[in-house]
Design a protein around this ligand. Structure first.
Ligand SMILES: Cc1cc2nc3c(=O)[nH]c(=O)nc-3n(C[C@H](O)[C@H](O)[C@H](O)COP(=O)(O)OP(=O)(O)OC[C@H]3O[C@@H](n4cnc5c(N)ncnc54)[C@H](O)[C@@H]3O)c2cc1C
Length: 470
């Protein structure tokens, strides 16, 4: 529990109404979307503005109290589990869209804005914010920025990082700084904006963000390519890109995923094929037509057994929504769902899918695989039961091997979900000791007292590597 002096100071800043250390409230914020990392905070604090955030940070820095900034807690890396206690900071009052600037094509928001609300607001003005994480109905912009989240449109349009052009942040010592601006160009000093994107709440608290918008594409079309051979589907992904076509969306779903999604969404997805690619293109109508025809030809050359084009926008939206529900659908299978996001160069997608299937068989697990194949970003997702310790050991070994394979293929342990507490023990596999030391130096420079989301990104001990033959 916090000492009385700290509690009183925090209440003096945010008022009693915005400070809660009741057991119920602490329990609510003791976990996030990641299984197995539940841990109690000492209190939950909801500042109303940047000045209050600054004062809270000064107090916490003085008394060395950990701060866990939290959006909607949908991260999948235990990034908001208060593993070292301290306060959880909520942004429920800092949830306004401050400005949509149609001359500079920007939107300025507070961190607690829900992603989809912002997307709808800019779309009403004919503008487009492409990053669309599947959690966008509930995720916040603060969370998206801190995880550098991606989505179905990432292949053509990039991820959150590509749209953040200015930030207001509070440093652990309480200083308030602004980075970037409504600028197409800015090389004044180090690029702090980019550093803070994806920093998982471990460096600063983000209190405002200005995001780049682009004009809404004129039209879009959606199709499914069906395969009886997993590696043919994976090879189509590289073939489409190698033919110099960049679709908006190029998603992969294997048969087990198709089955659970269809059981859940009931929209007539094919469940008798081994894999499906969900492909979308947007832009001027003639370009969309031309690209979809060429993509269909490539898929057929790569042994697609059937191509289905969505007849209407409603049908296309149903397909997108079905894909976005993949995780929730799999979560219905068993009490615990562990989703990973090993990522490889696109040219290695076929090898990675093959490796995941072999590892699944080796450890006799239920793993469904789907993901942003065009980005080389796969989500092998294990339906399991945390109470079954013997199975959990097999799950852990399987995912360790999946990470190792991804790295051996030139990939990474996470493409969009972040490191948090969950993948911290594996980070050294990707960065090596020297890389970790460089990152720790940055962390120490900003946060010498280690109050910002401690226990995340950097593990106390690295996991021992198993030997994987490529
Ligand atoms: C069903 C489902 C589907 C998902 N689909 C996708 C997907 O398609 N793509 C994808 O990339 N991810 C996806 N995710 C993961 C997750 O939704 C994203 O990481 C999302 O960006 C998290 O947003 P949040 O508001 O829930 O943030 P939280 O989970 O609350 O926080 C995420 C991180 O940001 C930090 N943080 C939050 N706000 C601030 C702030 N103001 N200042 C400093 N640090 C802050 C937290 O400390 C934490 O480290 C999915 C998750 C679920 C459950």
């Amino acid at each position: 529990m916090l000492i009385n002096e700290v509690k009183e100071k925090l209440i003096a800043i945010v008022t009693k109404a915005n400070y809660d250390d009741s057991k119920t409230e602490r329990l609510v914020y003791s976990y996030d979307a990641t299984p197995n990392f539940q841990s109690m905070p000492d209190a939950v604090v909801s500042p109303r503005n940047t000045e209050e955030v600054s004062q809270i940070l000064k107090v916490c820095n003085q008394y060395k109290v950990p701060i866990v900034p939290r959006g909607s807690g949908t991260n999948l890396c235990a990034g908001t589990c208060p593993t070292e206690g301290g306060i959880v900071m909520l942004f429920k009052h800092m949830n306004k869209i401050l400005e949509i600037d149609e001359e500079n094509l920007t939107v300025t928001v507070q961190p607690g804005v829900i992603t989809l609300d912002m997307i709808h607001a800019v779309e009403e003005k004919g503008l487009f914010y492409p990053p669309d994480p599947s959690s966008m109905k509930i995720s916040t912009i603060g969370g998206n920025i801190n995880e550098n989240s991606g989505g179905l449109r990432g292949l053509k349009y990039g991820v959150t990082r590509d749209y953040v052009i200015a930030l207001e942040v509070v440093l652990p010592n309480g200083d308030i700084i602004r980075t970037g601006g409504k600028l197409a160009k800015d090389v004044a000093g180090y690029d702090l904006t980019r550093l803070f994107v994806g920093s998982e709440g471990t460096l600063v608290v983000i209190t405002e963000a200005t995001l780049k918008l682009i004009p809404m594409p004129e039209t879009k079309k959606t199709m499914l390519a069906l395969y009886q051979d997993l590696s043919a589907a994976a090879k189509s992904v590289s073939a489409i890109i190698a033919n110099k076509i960049i679709p908006t969306t190029l998603e992969f779903l294997d048969q087990p995923t198709l089955q659970v999604v269809e059981d859940f969404a009931k929209i007539g997805l094919p469940t008798d094929v081994k894999a499906v690619l969900l492909i979308e293109q947007d832009g001027p109508p003639e370009v969309v037509e031309r690209d979809l025809t060429r993509i269909a030809d490539i898929c057929k050359q790569e042994q697609a057994v059937s191509i289905q084009i969505a007849a209407s926008e409603a049908e296309a939206e149903a397909l997108r929504t079905a894909r976005r529900t993949a995780l929730s659908a799999i979560a219905r299978l068993k009490p615990t769902t562990i989703l990973e996001d090993a990522t490889v160069p696109r040219s290695e997608i076929a090898n990675m899918v093959k490796a995941i299937n072999e590892i699944t068989d080796k450890y006799q697990l239920t793993i469904c695989t789907f993901g942003h194949a065009g980005d080389g970003n796969l989500h092998p997702t294990c339906a399991t039961d945390a109470r079954n310790h013997e199975e959990m050991e097999r799950v852990e070994k399987a995912f360790a091997e999946i990470f190792e394979h991804a790295i051996a293929l030139g990939g990474t342990i996470t493409g969009e979900h972040g490191v948090g507490a969950m993948k911290a023990p594996y980070l050294e596999w990707k960065l090596k000791e020297e890389g970790i030391a460089a990152m720790k130096a940055i962390k120490h420079g900003f946060d010498p007292n280690n109050i910002m989301n401690p226990g995340k990104v950097f593990a106390k001990d690295s996991k021992k590597r198993v030997v994987v033959t490529k």
